[in-house]
Design a protein around this ligand. Structure first.
Ligand code: PMM
Length: 291
């Protein structure tokens, strides 16, 4: 397990970081409509932290393929009280948004970083907000909003194209005054990507790790796992049946040296990264004693 660079301002466990997903949306693909109100969502965030999540990622706009956008005011109305209350309980939160105005308000309310699935492309003001806050910024690979992304999944070589497009986002962030130590990269599994694209990206994570920035992976409960686990009639496994496969992916990518995983059910994933870290320590000790 190669060691990963660490971004500023986020917890630094001695294993791959686990980010728990808190979608405060009526329509996210796996957990949409799960919470009846703020107390319910906050209780779930607290439960994820108690289950070992190092960070809770709070989102108020669904990025499910085909999803329509929600107005910024509605996104703010959904996420702000949840971020505020989790921060008051000393839970580290990131804000999952593509909008600078939402990010700015969430950071003021106590979020410690921004998870931007558009990598700064959706809102040109995002880079300034992040530069001024000096906070971590997840730059995910993205080609367009959810409504359109199925039509954008065309690559000459998905691994090299994603790397090159992420490099452009890094350059734009640095040019806007964001520090390299604030940046985290994410290949954006499922975002303008087929199942085959996702597997190719997972197979060649070394290409992204070679960019020498922390890498975050979001495979949790995604459709490509449902397809992999389809029943004999070819019916995809439902999202709630994809958690063991998610933990398996977590173990694979943690062993390759990714910095973090973004998951719906933290407990099994914390166990997975703890196992990987123990195996890596044993491997390191053996190679020391072999020398
Ligand atoms: N996936 C979703 C939402 N936000 N953020 C990052 N950085 N990486 C992802 O892969 C990602 C994300 C969509 O999944 P969800 O609806 O379960 O949150």
């Amino acid at each position: 397990m190669p060691s990963s660079p660490r971004p500023v301002g986020l917890p630094a466990p001695d294993r791959c970081l686990v980010m728990g997903i808190l979608n405060v949306t009526p329509d996210s693909f796996s957990d949409g409509g799960r919470f009846s109100g703020v107390p319910d969502a906050v209780a779930y965030g607290l439960a994820m932290a108690a289950a070992g999540a190092d960070v809770v990622d709070v989102g108020g706009e669904s990025t499910r393929p085909g999803a329509e956008r929600v107005p910024a005011e509605e996104e703010i109305r959904r996420v702000l009280p949840v971020v505020t209350e989790l921060a008051a309980s000393a839970v580290c939160t990131t804000i999952d948004t593509t909008r600078a105005a939402v990010a700015a308000q969430a950071l003021s309310a106590g979020a410690i970083g921004v998870n931007d699935v558009s990598g700064g492309l959706a809102d040109p003001k995002m880079a300034r907000v992040v530069a001024e806050a000096g906070c971590p910024w997840v730059l995910m690979h993205w080609r367009g909003h959810s409504r359109d992304m199925a039509t954008l999944a065309s690559y000459s070589d998905v691994v090299l194209d994603v790397r090159d497009e992420l490099r452009c986002r890094i350059d734009a962030a640095l040019a806007a005054g964001v520090g390299a130590d604030q940046l985290i990269l994410d290949p954006g599994l499922g975002f303008a990507k087929t199942a085959e694209h996702n597997w190719a990206l997972l197979d060649r994570l070394d290409v992204l790790l070679d960019l020498s920035l922390p890498v975050l992976i979001g495979a949790s409960r995604k459709a490509f796992l449902g397809r992999l686990l389809a029943d004999e009639a070819g019916v995809a496994a439902p999202p709630g049946r994809r958690d063991a496969a998610t933990a398996a992916i977590t173990a694979l990518v943690a062993d390759l040296g990714v910095w973090g995983v973004r998951v719906h059910e933290p407990a099994a994933n914390v166990d997975a990264v703890t196992v990987v870290a123990a195996a890596a320590r044993t491997r390191a000790q053996r190679s020391l004693s072999d020398d």
